[in-house]
Design a protein around this ligand. Sequence first.
Ligand code: FAD
Length: 424
Amino acid sequence: MKYDAVVVGAGIIGMATAYHVLRTNPGKKILVIEKFAAPGQGNTAKSAGAYRNVFSSNTNFTLSDTSVNYFLDIHDKGVDIGLEKAGYLWLFTKEQYEKRKPLFDDMIRNGVELRFIPQNELKQILPDLNPKPDDEEAQMMGLGEIHIGVFGKKCGFIDADRLTRYYEQEFKAIGGEIKYNTEVKKLIVEPNEPIGVPWEPFIWQDVNVVGVSTTAGEIRADKIFVATNAWAPQLLDAVGIDSLIKSAKHQMFVLRSEKMDRLMHPKGLSEKEILPFTILPKSVVYIRPDVHEGSFWVSAHDGLGHGLKFEEDPKPENEFYEYNIYQILRKYLPIVDGVNPSNKWAGLYDVNSIDANPYIFEKGNVISVIGLSGSGIMKADAVGRIATAMYNGQEYAELYGGKKFKVSDLGISNRKVEKELFVL
Ligand SMILES: Cc1cc2nc3c(=O)[nH]c(=O)nc-3n(C[C@H](O)[C@H](O)[C@H](O)COP(=O)(O)OP(=O)(O)OC[C@H]3O[C@@H](n4cnc5c(N)ncnc54)[C@H](O)[C@@H]3O)c2cc1C
């Protein structure tokens, strides 16, 4: 049987794409193929599930802001996607803040709601914060004094698993098909006009990708979406479609200790008084509360020195917590002193290290939807709609709320995006 389109990967990006493709093409035969047993079990499951509309690139702002509007609306309609309006809080040294000041001015002009919180006010809101770690170790690590907090209001947390299942249910409800436990081994490339001899295709033939070879046999389709995140090079590069992305390992450590409980509900920030997604100076270490479990997730952005390599099943490293995250965390939040992680995991970012915006491009019947660069949950709805507009042959995608987005801006040949400076 031949499908109109096959989507490889049932992460948040594959599921949002599949749903919007079928929503705008009712009656078409659309199949999602996923190697795991359920949706969102790849990097989606590893995420911190945080959302924000605070980005320096206008593109990223539009992608996240319109997606967040969609998530807020379904949340208001009663869909349980675990949405918590907790906000984001960047803690900056004077130097860091001054460097970014023009970016904040631009963001405010764009409609991003920001609140600037001076050090003395921060100390009242977060009494456990030590804004001025000045011992010898802190000096050696170059940990500067926190001068200001920048609070992003339209930011918070989403349960990435529930959000992915929401798209899965919506997709199935309008007739979408999904094959779990099925791995795509390769994309099938065939000449448009085969002559039926061995060694085809030849270089003088016009070729296209006509389907996928899977652990459950061959499946043919007119269009193939590749939404396989860090696994994308395995399918794309193998047939000569440059995937343009690298893998970067990101690790998460869970801290749970009674003495940290008082960090959970600071007064004077968000309505529900939940600790925001808080990023410490140098923008490397962040802490995110899990209100339901009474724990805190901590992670860090790996800079120069840590490899960009693919691993099928990346593992968290205790040393990464102990010698890196913990050392910074305990200086600014001495309350974590002596707390060891009770759980941990690691996943991969599919990094576009040129501009940190997603890639959506078509070659040989394949639409690649990759390069989410660590912020795929918060942009998923817009990305799904743009990939759909490409499938529908439209020049502009209509994002949630009616905003138009030029599809080719996220492509390769006519790419038009600004470099993102707020990467975590
Ligand atoms: C530690 C960490 C924290 C993060 N925090 C955030 C955050 O707070 N907010 C945010 O927005 N983003 C965050 N991200 C990024 C976010 O998780 C990703 O951008 C998002 O999940 C990407 O979704 P995806 O569908 O592209 O990828 P995935 O969820 O990885 O989905 C790809 C799917 O393709 C399947 N697949 C791969 N190859 C094949 C094949 N050959 N055949 C069949 N199936 C295949 C995989 O099994 C997988 O299910 C974080 C990521 C990590 C690792």
